[in-house]
Ligand binder design. Structure first.
Ligand code: SIN
Ligand code: CO
Length: 382
């Protein structure tokens, strides 16, 4: 279990003064920090086809980036390289626990947990991220420099590595195990490892307007919505054939605006879009599907876990009507089980005691059985 140890400011002060505003070092944010996963296990994950991994190193003065899977690290020697594994929360239950202390930021803002193993001198170079990130230092030491917002020229140091010009650091620190560095989007930064080191990055994302619109277009096409055409019956004669007059402009703009103003339809899109997994899920469905009875029995003995990386959300406005969103799909359920569906979305683990009131509820058993058989939730011994 990881708990955030804030001594200089409270969670509320962090949100008011630093979140999205300025970087800060949280010394010993994790007391007595223990790595949830070791370097050998990370190397093992980087050997898997489904796991997204990257190696970054320098050949002479030239930056290099390679994408996994990898089975040989010996060729790299013992310094100046780093290995990065994305979406560690999808593959390691222990590592996923590192996200829990940051739950005061809602899950829809979460991107993933990334880990980097770096040898002395290793790092990915000076760069700017579009994400908020809490870089949590695991074993080893690493020096971090963070510059201020501003006009920083970005360039491709390699086709897969966007760097920035050297910057004046406003933070220049050596992180020790348990220290946390929070960096909001836009601040240039660079971490260079001093001794073999593990860094765990809990990253938070938002979407650009273009990404949202492109997601909306995909959603409309997939769900065969938005097929209505502009209707301009009753038009009066146009004086200037080359002009798009103000009433036509409004007609065209309203075609999109009407969809955005329809909260039911927009929520459906946003719920599906925001629950889509960006990285592969480690779905393990049971060989023999669970029956309602199996689930009812297991619920009394075992705790229920949400699959690492699964995104399951609801809107406060519509959950009471029996709507939630799981892994990119809108799910309908009986409105009377809304409280327990909310519990499933809000928690990564539920005990038999928490589920006891729902044990004999046929609607809930049907809901849970379906999602257990898909591999989205699973039981484990308490
Ligand atoms: C790293 O851990 O090597 C890179 C993390 C970052 O700068 O975003
Ligand atoms: Co970064």
């Amino acid at each position: 279990m990881y708990t955030l140890n804030l001594t200089e400011f409270s969670q509320a002060e962090f949100l008011a003064n630093y979140w999205q505003k300025k970087p800060v070092v949280i010394r010993q944010g994790f007391l007595n920090f223990q790595d949830p996963i070791c370097a050998d296990e990370i190397a093992g994950l980087a050997g898997e086809e489904q796991v997204e991994s990257r190696l970054v190193y320098k050949k002479g003065e030239q930056w290099q980036a390679e994408f996994g899977p990898f089975d040989d690290f010996v060729r790299l020697g013992d310094k100046d390289w780093s290995l990065i594994v994305q979406a560690l929360d999808h593959w390691s239950e222990d590592a996923a626990k590192m996200i829990e202390p940051f739950r005061f930021i809602p899950h829809w803002r979460l991107d993933d947990l990334m880990v980097s193993f770096a040898t002395p001198g290793g790092g990915v170079g000076p760069h700017i991220d579009l994400y908020d990130v809490f870089i949590c230092q695991g074993s080893g030491r690493r020096r971090w420099k963070v510059g201020d917002l501003g006009e920083h020229r970005e360039f491709a140091a390699h086709e897969a590595l966007l760097h920035v010009d050297p910057f004046e650091p406003m933070i220049d620190v050596e992180l020790l195990p348990g220290d946390i560095l929070y960096i909001p989007p836009g601040f240039p930064h660079e971490g260079v490892t001093i001794e073999n080191s593990l860094s765990f990055s809990v990253g938070f994302r938002t979407n650009s307007t273009s990404h949202l619109f492109s997601g909306l277009a995909d959603h409309l096409i997939d769900s065969e919505q938005g097929l209505e055409l502009i209707s301009d019956a009753g038009r009066t004669a146009s004086e200037h054939t080359g002009s798009i007059d103000s009433s036509d402009y409004v007609l065209i703009k309203n075609q999109l605006q009407h969809f955005l103003d329809d909260d039911e339809k927009f929520r459906q899109f946003a719920g599906c879009f925001l629950t889509q997994a960006k990285h592969e899920l480690d779905l393990l469905s049971a060989e023999i599907p669970f029956s309602f009875e199996d689930v009812n029995f297991a619920m009394q003995e075992n705790s229920l876990h949400k699959l690492g990386g699964l995104r399951a959300f609801y809107f406060t406005e519509s959950v009471g009507q029996g709507l939630c969103y799981i892994d990119g799909v809108e799910v309908n359920f009986a409105p009377d089980i809304a409280p327990v569906v909310q519990m499933l979305c809000d928690n990564v683990e539920l005990s038999p005691e928490q589920l006891a009131p729902w044990q004999d509820n046929a609607e809930f058993l049907a809901f849970l059985t379906e999602h257990i058989n898909t591999g989205y939730w699973y039981f484990s011994q308490t």
